[in-house]
Structures are given as C-alpha cells and as structure tokens.
Write a protein that binds this ligand. Structure first.
Ligand code: PLP
Length: 369
C-alpha cells in the first residue's frame, strides 16, 4: 500500500460516502428490467443517477445519458457507432479513441508543439471529408493535463458540418465546464476519475444523433447498450457526483511542486507549462533519469506516480503525446506524471520534492557538484 498517492489521473480512491451508498444497495436482487417491486426499485436507482448526472452536467432535455462499463467503452460507442466512419481524431487522444477507428477511416489531427490541436490543420483536413465527419478531440489530455481549445474546435468542425465528440474523462470533476454550452454533441465521463467506482461511465449524446449500439442484447439503455445494468456502480456514480467539489487547493499544491522543481533544477522540463492545463497534473522530465528509474525510486519511497498513462501491461512506452508534440525521444523517456487529488497535502508534496531532489543529485552528480 502506497502512503503517498500522486497518481489520481490513473484512478482515485473511492469516497467513503460513495462506499456507504454502494453497500446500501449491494446484496439486493436488483434488475431494472424486472416487472416486480424490486425491479421498480432498481429502475428508480438507475433513473435517479441518470437524472443527477443530467442536472450536474446541465444537459437539459437535448441529450441522453447512456451508461457504459467504462470510459473506454463509451469512447468505443461514440466512434465505432458513428455512421459513415469519417473520423477526425487528434494525435494525442487516449488509446480508447485512437484504437476505436478502423484503419483507413481515421484522419489524425496534428498538435502544435505546445500540445494544443493545430486548428489550421484541422480545417484543412476537414475540407477533404468524404461522408458526414465526426471530430473527436479530448477536453484535457490525461498525461500532460493540457486543455484543448474546444470552443474553436467546435466552431471549425460545425463550419464543415461535423459532429463533435470530446473525451472529457480527465477534465470532469477537476474544472468547471459546460460541454453543451460549447456545442459539443457527445462526450465521455468516467466515475473512477472523480471518487466514484471503477467499471461505470457514461456517454452523453445529443438526442438527434444516431449511433449503432456496440453491445446488443435485451435493449437496455434505450437500445444503446445491452446487458443488465450495474446497479451498485450506477448508484455509486450518482453519489460521487453529489460529493464532487472543484478543489482549488490542488492547484496551489501543484504550482508549489512545480516552482520548487524549477528553482532547484532549471533544466527540468514541465510539459505544457505555458498553456492552459488541468490544475492537478504535472508532466515532468528529470534530466538523465529514465522514467523507469524514477518510478522505482519513488516506489521505494512509498510515493505512487506514473510514467504517463496507465497501461494494462505495466510496460513503459515513450509517450505518444510527447512524440506528437515533437519532444525528442530521449527527453520523453525521462518524463513522469504527477497527478494530485483532493486527499493530498503539503506533506505529500514535501516528500515528493525530497525524493525528486535526491534522485536528481544522484544522477546529475558532476553538474550539481
Ligand atoms: N480517456 C481518458 C482521457 C482517460 O484518461 C481514460 C483512463 O485513463 C479513459 C479514457 C478510459 O477510461 P476508463 O478507465 O473508464 O476505461
């Protein structure tokens, strides 16, 4: 068990009130498709959570909330389910978006060196559209925390008749954001990134957009996603939203962490520090220390950080996000991601900085001496 958890973009600890709420419904035979009292109780749990999500997201009556078993599945539904498969996705998307596009049907939108989508290129690419296009650009990147100019993306996409999807898995719960107001047609959120349970997420879709379901069965989720609903997780999802508060304290901690690193080691690189970023995320390159070396070092100090996105194999690959930003491979291999959450304190930052500086001195002895 890690004492200091600085990997909140990978997943967050379940909020205690969420656990309590999940225990309340656990152990009951609840299937919302059943015609009896227990079934009706199950149905009201699902619809109650759906309503909470709709209210929280301020989506009004124009959108529907489709529960899925993960953010990954919601992204699959948005992209694979989109008619025509004329897909324009940014190079820095999560692999659940990138790998949802069939080869030959995907046009990659390049990003600028600062990690934001290249809007000029987006427009030039859209001129070449074949069928009705879908543009998918994430609201905030999971590795760097860099925010995308979504309002501009939507403006350009709409000019060329495109539907817009945005993977909002990382920004949701960290910043105050109104996706419908921006004109986004579909977006993805996932409960375990903001104190809710794993294995439950939602695709929010404008009612006039037709998608082909990717899991078919008993017609659940408005015929968009077959399979008996995960009542316990859905209930926890709703409760997690109730508990959600945008916490500005996290940004203060993150900014302190970054300014102390820069003061101590001016040659360290903090990716995206010049553009708008999530308030909790730092993607930092330590000169002359590979990501692996750093992860082992921090792990020995009971500090959990990551080398970028969490990957099921546990293998560390150089970041496709940094590659897209034109970062040299050698530098990309020295990057680690620190992502803070509501439970972090100044003491955690002290411990991280102590361990970071110790390793920096060890690997850069001649320079520091
Ligand atoms: N999109 C982004 C940006 C993510 O960071 C993640 C998870 O790390 C996902 C999608 C996938 O979400 P889930 O873990 O619920 O499958």
């Amino acid at each position: 068990m890690h004492n200091i958890y600085l990997d909140n973009n990978a997943t967050t600890a379940l909020d205690t009130k969420v656990i309590d709420s999940m225990i309340e419904v656990m152990g009951r035979p609840l299937n919302p498709s059943s015609p009896h009292k227990m079934g009706r109780m199950a149905r009201s749990i699902v619809e109650d959570a759906r309503k909470k999500i709709a209210e929280f997201l301020k989506i009004g009556n124009d959108y529907r909330v489709i529960f899925t078993a993960s953010g990954t599945e919601a992204n699959n539904l948005a992209l694979k389910g989109f008619e025509g498969q004329n897909l324009f996705v940014s190079e820095i998307e999560h692999h659940s978006v990138l790998n949802s596009c069939k080869i030959g049907y995907k046009v990659l939108i390049p990003v600028n060196q600062d990690g934001t989508v290249n809007l000029e290129k987006l427009e030039k690419l859209l001129i070449l559209r074949r069928a009705k296009p879908l543009v998918s650009v994430m609201m905030a990147n999971n590795e760097t925390g860099i925010m995308q100019p979504m309002a501009e993306v939507v403006r350009i996409a709409k000019k060329w008749g495109a539907v817009v999807h945005s993977d909002a898995v990382q920004c949701f719960g960290k910043i105050d954001i109104n996706m419908p107001e921006m004109g986004v047609d579909m977006f993805t959120i996932s409960a375990h990134k903001f104190g809710g349970p794993q294995g439950i997420a939602a695709l929010i879709v404008k009612k006039d957009i037709q998608l082909a379901p990717q899991i078919v069965g008993g017609g659940q989720e408005q015929n968009m996603r077959g399979g008996t609903e995960n009542i316990v997780a859905i209930h926890g999802f709703g409760k997690a939203l109730e508990q959600l508060k945008i916490d500005n304290r996290v940004k203060t901690l993150r900014d302190r962490l970054e300014s102390e690193i820069k003061a101590f080691a001016p040659d360290a690189i903090i990716f995206g520090s010049g553009v708008e970023r999530l308030p909790n995320t730092s993607f930092i390159a330590m000169p002359n220390a590979t990501s692996e070396t750093q992860l082992i070092h921090f792990d020995m100090h009971d500090i959990a950080v990551s080398a970028g996105s969490a990957c099921s194999s546990g293998k560390i690959e150089p970041s496709h996000v940094l590659k897209a930003m034109g970062v040299d491979n050698k530098i990309a291999k020295t990057a680690i991601r620190v992502s803070l959450g509501k439970n972090n304190t100044d003491t955690d930052i002290d411990a991280f900085l102590g361990a970071w500086k110790q390793l920096y001195i060890n690997v850069n002895k001649q320079k520091v001496a």
